[in-house]
Design a protein. Structure first.
Length: 218
């Protein structure tokens, strides 16, 4: 075989290997994944794991994962008349204008985090303030422990509140951690944050307070 042909074959094999390495795979069975796929939460390590459709179906019942894995749901709700004014926000003691809240099953309490250039940062949360928020917004009583979150965006005058899969909250954290520049973040990261919330709003079901308690599940 001519040397030129050998080099071309070597390049083709390398390109194929590189493409193969770029393919995201199910972390349970190794199946290739599409760009849009579901996740499992490892309750021991608190890490998210990519899952193929077959493994998603396998873990679609809460008891299927036992005390180890939990399938992250895919419902997204835009809570249109969510009751959270400035005074109640201050009582939640969040030092920035974006945060997410979820119920930690093992610790038996609600935890508050906010995205930062250093990653997710925990904020002290007064139980009384959270209980008052739940009383004003009964949908929060239905958050799936560990895998669903209340995501709040009050940045730059926004007042938007979402019930989301917890992996959405961590996508926002990853965006800010990797794109933030300097003290203010820079224009690029703020455009991406705006795009993130715009896409989230488009993919969310809008519900009013009257609809919240019976909001659909998948």
């Amino acid at each position: 075989m001519p040397a030129s042909a050998q080099r071309l074959r070597a390049l083709a094999r390398r390109a194929s290997a590189e493409r193969e390495a770029e393919i995201e795979r199910c972390e349970l069975c190794g199946e290739a994944l599409p760009s849009s796929h579901r996740h499992l939460l490892d309750l021991d390590s608190r890490e998210l794991m990519c899952a193929c459709r077959a493994c998603t179906i396998l873990f679609d019942r809460r008891e299927a994962g036992g005390s180890h894995f939990r399938l992250v749901p895919d419902r997204r709700l835009l809570l249109e008349d969510f009751a959270l004014d400035d005074a109640k926000w201050a009582r939640l003691r969040i030092p920035v204008d974006m945060a997410f809240f979820f119920h930690h099953g093992e610790q038996g309490r609600v935890m508050a985090f906010y995205p930062s250039p250093m990653g997710p940062t925990e904020s002290a949360l007064e139980l009384e303030a959270w209980d008052e928020l739940v009383s004003d917004n009964p949908v929060l009583a239905n958050l799936e422990p560990d895998v669903e979150a209340l995501l709040v965006n009050r940045a730059r005058g926004e007042r938007r509140h979402f019930l989301v899969p917890v992996d959405d909250a961590y996508r926002l954290v990853g965006l800010i951690r990797t794109r933030w520049r300097g003290l203010s973040g820079g224009a690029e990261v703020w455009r991406e944050i705006e795009d993130f919330f715009a896409e989230l709003a488009r993919s969310s079901k809008k519900v009013t307070k009257e609809e919240e308690v019976t909001a659909w599940r998948t």
